[in-house]
Design a binder for this molecule. Structure first.
Ligand SMILES: CC(C)(COP(=O)(O)OP(=O)(O)OC[C@H]1O[C@@H](n2cnc3c(N)ncnc32)[C@H](O)[C@@H]1OP(=O)(O)O)[C@@H](O)C(=O)NCCC(=O)NCCS
Length: 186
């Protein structure tokens, strides 16, 4: 017996298209991350601000009825951004300046990648990730993810992400994080 074909389709969308579906996308995000629903209010202004950043790109997965089942976005990282400065601070503590620069000079920050639980485990996350990175012009991609076994870890390892920083604590979040990266193109 062969596996049934996946019904979801993946499309790249513009910032204004994501803006129109922001409520739906943030609901997907809190469901996938298992965060309290109130997180939506905190995240909405952040997602809107990210849309204005250089080389912002977004891909979504749509189900049979055009409902959102997956979302991924990122942008070109730059000095002065909160995440950039946090990662620089961590990297400087463990790596020589040449290594810090090799990661932080020309990178795409993979900011969000989420698939609804009911659609997980069928390759959709990987396809979203690959499609998002296909159009990226930076020489590498960086992301942060909580330490510990997760579907996200398996996916990033499978796609060739290596350790950049491990067990790192971002300001204001008690959880240890890994910063992972890989050279582009994938
Ligand atoms: C991380 C996340 C986006 C991954 O999405 P996903 O669709 O579950 O992940 P994948 O694309 O890796 O699914 C692949 C799994 O399906 C299997 N699979 C089945 N059919 C497949 C196919 N045709 N192609 C590829 N993989 C397939 C793979 O073997 C793999 O199994 P494994 O995880 O046991 O190795 C998703 O799990 C998620 O939203 N998690 C919660 C939010 C989160 O943690 N986001 C990341 C924050 S850093």
């Amino acid at each position: 017996m062969t596996a049934s074909p996946r019904l979801e389709r993946i499309v790249e969308i513009t910032a204004s298209e994501l803006n129109e579906r922001l409520g739906e996308a943030l609901a997907l995000y809190v469901t996938a991350m298992n965060y309290p629903p109130a997180t939506v209010e905190q995240r909405a202004p952040m997602w809107l601000a990210h849309m204005m950043r250089e080389e912002w790109r977004c891909v979504i997965a749509l189900g049979e009825h055009d409902e959102l089942v997956g979302v991924g976005y990122g942008y070109r990282g730059a000095a002065g951004q909160w995440w950039h400065e946090q990662v620089r601070r961590g990297l400087m503590q463990v790596s020589p300046p040449a290594v810090v620069d090799s990661w932080l000079t020309d990178y795409f920050e993979l900011t969000e990648l989420h698939v609804l639980p009911r659609a997980q485990g069928r390759g959709l996350g990987e396809e979203l990730l690959r499609r998002l990175l296909e159009g990226v012009r930076s020489s590498c991609v960086l992301l942060s993810t909580p330490e510990g076994p997760s579907k996200a870890w398996k996916l990033y390892r499978r796609v060739g992400f290596e350790d950049v920083l491990r067990h790192y604590q971002f300001t204001g979040d008690p959880r240890p994080f890994a910063v992972l990266g890989r050279k582009l193109p994938v």
